[in-house]
Write a protein that binds this ligand. Structure first.
Ligand code: PRX
Length: 635
């Protein structure tokens, strides 16, 4: 029996049970039958949860790009691998076949080698959503260089800290980027970033917006002439199953961003498998995931998952609101998209606009629609289901994380049922559990708790770059022996999961994870600020928005608070990026604290939400009187 494709509900239960009873046999068979290996494994897996030490397909040798491209060439060489849809609808879309993708990736891989990049070197990719982004990512993987894609909306100092943390030797960027009716000068952001990054030896620059930029002699090189001169004959690196494939940074509740390290074989097997089953992918489907490749969703479901299955994947450079709010629907019609995968924040923004933007488009090519990144509220779920999915396309609400590498809990289109706002059932191989405050597993149904996973899966991140201790503490120490997701969830009467949101100090704004600590650090750099605390509050489009409580220093001069507020948002924008700006700022004279000095964020959260009930026992606070002041001054 093959386990790769689940065809009906009965098979789902069968495969699921097999994957729990005999995980090694289950994943071993999937890996063996659906990929090409230079050499197979000696052991399917080995793990030690206490040490957070997890390995899959030990001893196997493989190259993920050979699996994404080369092995398809005999059958699918002239099939379209990538459809590039530019920001400006009047610019022609590009169709890149598997043959052409092979040629371009091989050339790029040779360029990287000629420029001194070797297996294990880190390469930072800071590019807009253009074909070069996909090609450079794949070229890195082909030669065993570890790619670290940084979303091209991050500021210079955010880019610098990511480059520095993993000591990237090279940065690949472009002159500029288009985003709706704006253009962004990416190269100048890189110039500013790498002033503080001595590890960077070379910067390769793709041309996109054709603006004038400065090229530093000896360091910066235009990409295209190098590619033109390179051979398209490239021998892929033979990688060990556990060699790192990429680093991707994600915010933590404290400290600097965490460079999650994903390794080769486990990630390959599970992204391919989950893509196939969640979206029920069939040959000739056209898959469009609207995320940016700078996030895990783009890594796994624009690039690796689809290409591993020989699919056609859409890369969209633009935004849903440009030239108007019908862009998504227009692109679905234009390219005959069959699977459409987007984020609740985009749905909410589009649902706020007139139905006249969506109704003229029949969207009859669509088979499956998907959601990812944050809980999807009931209203958005129904709008998406009714007006986009036409009530006939299964809506897969996919729960997973940068750390998990691939989708963990989700309906499987046409196989398992959907339920509004529920991520529903775990994929085979995934064992979710809910934990109570005493760290006991909660049995039975109709319960809520902290979501953990009790057994390793192939695509779990193996460590945090340069800090295994932090990896262990963040994910494996709160509930010993289990992986802690940081999310809360409820399990309904039949065992379906609904993710209720973060239980730590991470706030998800428009689908982006933001840690409160780095934002507070940025604010506290303002000379007039003594202390600050950030919480999230519900927002009808962004899901959550940020509310900042700020204590000003008494600095003699009376500063205009409006100006301070503007300066604070500018600081955040410079240090993290505009996505982390505060929606509301309240100046306060103190923050509610416990006697040990810990800020009571629960109270601040309630005030920000406008919920003045049930503050709990405030008499144990160091400064209970402050609660009324903050309540009265709520903005
Ligand atoms: O809180 C969960 C939320 O997004 C977090 C992971 O964020 P990130 O690592 O950026 O990855 C996002 C894309 C996979 C989770 O801890 N989240 C993600 N998907 C869902 C979700 N919350 C509810 N429902 C989802 N479908």
């Amino acid at each position: 029996m093959s386990y790769y494709h689940i065809k009906n509900l009965e098979q789902y239960f069968k495969h699921y049970n097999k994957s729990i009873r005999e995980p090694r046999k289950f994943w071993g068979k999937i890996a063996e039958e659906n990929f090409t290996w230079y050499q197979t494994w000696e052991k399917v897996m080995e793990f030690n949860m206490a040490e957070a030490d997890i390995k899959w397909f030990l001893g196997a040798k493989v190259n993920i790009v050979k699996n994404c491209i080369d092995r398809h060439l005999s059958k699918r060489g002239s099939k379209t691998a990538i459809i590039f849809e530019p920001n400006d609808p009047s610019e022609e879309a590009q169709h890149i076949t598997y043959n052409e993708l092979h040629q371009r990736v091989c050339k790029m891989a040779n360029v990287l080698r000629e420029q001194g990049i070797k297996k294990g070197d880190r390469v930072c990719i800071y590019l807009p959503m253009i074909p070069e982004l996909a090609i450079t990512v794949l070229a890195c993987a082909r030669i065993g260089a570890i790619h670290s894609v940084v979303f091209a909306g991050f500021s210079a100092s955010a880019v610098a800290s990511r480059i520095d943390d993993s000591q990237c030797k090279m940065v690949i960027t472009s002159d500029g980027a288009y985003r709706g009716n704006k253009s962004i000068e990416l190269k100048s952001i890189v110039d500013e970033a790498i002033e503080k990054c001595p590890s960077v030896e070379k910067v390769l620059v793709a041309k996109r917006t054709h603006i004038n930029i400065t090229m530093k002699e000896g360091r910066d090189i235009w990409l295209q002439p190098l590619v033109d001169a390179a051979s398209d004959n490239n021998v892929a690196e033979i990688m060990d199953a556990e060699d790192p494939l990429f680093i991707l940074y994600t915010s933590g509740s404290t400290g600097k961003p965490k460079g999650m390290v994903h390794t080769t074989a486990g990630y390959m097997v599970q992204t391919a498998y989950s893509f196939k089953n969640v979206f029920n992918y069939e040959e000739n489907d056209i898959h469009w995931c609207t995320a940016d490749i700078g996030w895990i969703t783009g890594h796994s479901y624009i690039l690796y998952g689809p290409l591993l299955n020989g699919a056609t994947t859409v890369i969209f450079e633009g935004v849903p609101s440009y030239p108007d709010f019908s862009r998504f629907w227009e692109v679905i019609e234009k390219h005959g998209v069959t699977q459409f995968y987007t984020a609740p924040t985009a749905i909410r923004a589009l649902a706020k606009e007139s139905l006249e933007y969506v109704q003229p488009y029949p969207l009859s090519s669509l088979k499956v629609i998907g959601s990812v990144g944050e809980p999807i509220n009931e209203e958005a779920w129904h709008w998406y289901n009714d007006h986009v999915g036409g009530k006939r396309c299964p809506l897969v609400d996919t729960w997973w994380q940068t750390e998990t590498g691939s989708i963990m809990i989700s309906p499987l289109a046409f196989v398992t049922p959907t339920k509004p706002t529920y991520a529903s059932l775990p994929l085979p191989g995934i064992q979710p559990v809910l934990m109570d405050e005493k760290r006991n597993e909660i049995e039975g149904n109709q319960v809520t708790g902290s979501l953990c996973i009790k057994f390793p899966w192939p695509s779990i991140a193996r460590t945090i770059w340069g800090d295994h201790q932090r990896y262990k503490e963040t994910y494996f120490s709160t509930f010993p022996g289990k992986y802690f997701t940081g999310d809360g969830a409820l399990r309904d009467e039949v065992g379906y999961y609904r993710i209720t949101g973060r239980v730590d100090d991470v706030i998800i704004v428009s689908g982006h994870n933001l840690g409160t600590a780095p934002i507070e650090d940025a604010i506290n750099e303002h000379p007039a600020v003594a202390e600050s605390a950030i919480v999230g509050f519900p927002h009808d489009i962004k899901g959550n928005a940020l509310y900042g409580y700020i204590i000003l220093k008494e600095i003699g001069e009376t500063r205009d608070k409006n100006n301070v507020a503007k300066e604070i948002n500018q600081l955040i924008s410079d240090q993290i990026g505009p996505i982390a700006k505060l929606d509301k700022i309240q100046f306060v004279s103190g923050l509610p604290k416990t006697r040990s000095g810990k800020i009571m964020r629960r109270i601040l959260r309630k005030i920000a939400e406008g919920d003045f009930s049930n503050f709990g026992d405030t008499t144990t606070l160091l400064n209970p009187e402050i609660v009324d002041e903050i309540k009265n001054g709520r903005v």
